[in-house]
Design a protein. Structure first.
Length: 116
């Protein structure tokens, strides 16, 4: 969701478009936000960290960057997220990026094995 389209690798644009479409379908009275979880996950799909950081900087310059936070792997939020990822893995077993989300949060060796 942070990519503009001029990067060497776009990761999983179909998944990002699905997320944006879901948020766009929410009632107008709600505040609509999207979040990118797991910095570095898309390196699994060939996205360069430098491009992500450049795009974050551009959002900051435009006043559109709302900040960053970290999710500790054993926090209630991470556990709920991993439960959602497990559900997605069961529901869409042919989507390897779902596995990357779980691995990036739980397995340091998996994070190191993704291309940079």
């Amino acid at each position: 969701m942070l990519m503009r389209g001029d990067e060497a690798g776009l990761g999983t644009p179909e998944e990002d478009m699905s997320s944006l479409a879901a948020v766009a379908g929410l009632p107008d009275r709600l505040v609509r936000l999207v979040a990118c979880l797991g910095f570095g996950i898309d390196s699994y799909h060939g996205v360069c960290h430098a491009h992500v950081l450049e795009n974050l900087a551009a959002l900051q310059r435009a006043g559109a960057y709302l900040g960053a936070f970290s999710i500790s792997p054993d926090s209630p939020e991470a556990i709920a997220y991993l439960d959602a990822v497990a559900h997605a893995e069961r529901s869409t077993p042919a989507r390897p990026s779902i596995e990357a989300h779980r691995a990036a949060l739980t397995d340091v060796r998996a994070r190191r094995s993704f291309p940079h």
